[in-house]
Design a protein around this ligand. Structure first.
Ligand code: AMP
Ligand code: MG
Length: 396
């Protein structure tokens, strides 16, 4: 049995190389990771822009200026301003090279002689200078950056149509258990609705990965072995739920061994999710996740999520961590590390009720996991605890 930090280190060690890269249209790059540093083809802004509705002025010593023309957003004409002259200008309009500043219209009154400024303009005031955000040839985003809607906006503003991104893994989900039936089917005594398949699928989709159809297998060695062996051929990552513990009808471990999947680790000193298996065969990674729904999802977030971030080349792999004061004291009675479903509220973190790994009620309400190391027995109220922020929403 290994510790949580050892398991995390082993995942890092076995995922040194990202999957190959390919060029995609920027619109299709959301959720993907840049495979190369991005070199800005143009500066942003590309021309001097007005940041305000007002007047672009060529400064002189008096407060009165004559208005010689107008520049609205999108206009391309140019003006040569002499001292004491101004052009009416609007936000986004091109500021003439001869203008020193833009004075916002609220600070200007119109008189018979021209316009009267209520303030004395400063050089550069309300002007977005060329390259103020990004200068042509610089590297605004580095390899490893995940493309978000904001990134897409930046790429579009730079006039970029395609980017090289690392391929996302192809993932196969297998759920095991004689007790599982699909939602929509009547529940006979002893049966439960299958949920882990959908949960894993949804958690992958939050990372921009569309997994395979979920395959469900009965608790026999033959069926388990057959399903896993089919999955091994074409997939980068196989996620198996259930059947990895030590019961008489847990066949996943034996099936993986028979199929020659090399074990990287099996069993981690943690609660929930002790009997987690991580292994590899050729280019396919395999996680067997304990079937209790809370264990499956907790292991997904802590380990599978990390592996995916590594093999897609993300700059900062794994969940975001922060230290927060805990609202109530707690005891860690066993010898295992704890991942506790929790809620971050303003400036503190609260561990939720119903931590049992068979329950999803606390996970449903959680926005974080609190990590308590195995060697930590007592946590005092307000002590700082490592808090892992869970992804939320449609995409991470
Ligand atoms: P196992 O890891 O196969 O021993 O399963 C542990 C517990 O999780 C059992 O109570 C199972 O019924 C439950 N379980 C296993 N797989 C699923 C699943 N796909 N959806 C919901 N519950 C499951
Ligand atoms: Mg089972």
């Amino acid at each position: 049995m290994i510790t949580v930090p050892e398991a995390i280190a082993l995942i890092h060690q076995h995922s040194a190389h990202p999957l190959e890269s390919r060029k995609v249209k920027v619109e299709n790059a959301i959720g993907n990771v840049l495979a190369e540093d991005l070199i800005a083809p143009i500066s942003l802004p590309t021309f001097r822009q007005s940041a305000m509705d007002g007047y672009a002025v060529c400064m002189h010593d008096a407060a009165v200026y004559s208005v010689i023309g107008e520049m609205k957003a999108g206009d391309s004409q140019s003006f040569e301003l002499n001292k004491g002259e101004a052009v009416r200008i609007f936000t986004g309009g091109a500021v003439p090279a001869s203008a020193h500043a833009v004075v916002m219209q609220e600070k200007v009154t119109t008189t018979k002689e021209g316009i009267h400024l209520e303030i004395s303009p400063q050089h550069g005031m309300n002007i977005r200078e060329v390259g103020e955000q990004i200068s042509a040839g610089s590297v605004p985003l580095h390899k490893g950056h995940i493309v978000t809607p904001a990134t897409l906006g930046l790429l579009k503003s730079l006039g970029i149509e395609e980017v090289a991104v690392n391929r996302n893994p192809k993932v196969q989900i297998i759920v095991t258990g004689n007790e599982l039936v699909a939602v929509g089917t009547p529940l006979a005594n002893g049966k439960i609705y299958e949920s882990n398949g959908a949960v894993l699928s949804a958690a992958l989709q939050q990372k921009g990965i569309i997994p395979s159809a979920i395959s469900r297998v009965e608790d026999t060695l033959e069926a388990t072995e057959e399903a896993i062996s089919k999955a091994m051929d074409d997939w980068d990552l196989v996620l198996i739920s259930g059947g990895i513990s030590v019961g008489d009808y847990d066949f996943v471990g034996r099936a993986l061994e028979n199929l020659g999947v090399e074990q990287v680790f099996y069993k981690v000193l943690q609660k929930p999710g002790k009997p987690i298996f991580f292994g590899k065969k050729n280019n396919t990674y395999v996680f067997a996740l304990p079937g209790n729904p809370g264990s499956t999802l907790s292991c997904f977030y802590v380990y599978v999520n990390l592996l995916i971030d590594r093999i897609t080349g993300r700059e900062h792999p794994g969940l975001i961590k922060t230290l927060l004061p805990i609202r109530e004291p707690l005891q860690n009675k066993g010898d295992r590390a704890l991942f506790l479903k929790a809620n971050i509220t303003t400036n503190s973190v609260e561990v939720l009720d119903h931590q049992n790994s068979s329950m999803m009620i606390s996970f449903s309400k959680a926005n974080a996991l609190v990590y308590i190391p195995a060697e930590k027995d007592v946590v005092e109220k307000n002590e700082l605890v490592e808090t892992l922020i869970l992804p939320h929403g449609g995409s991470n």
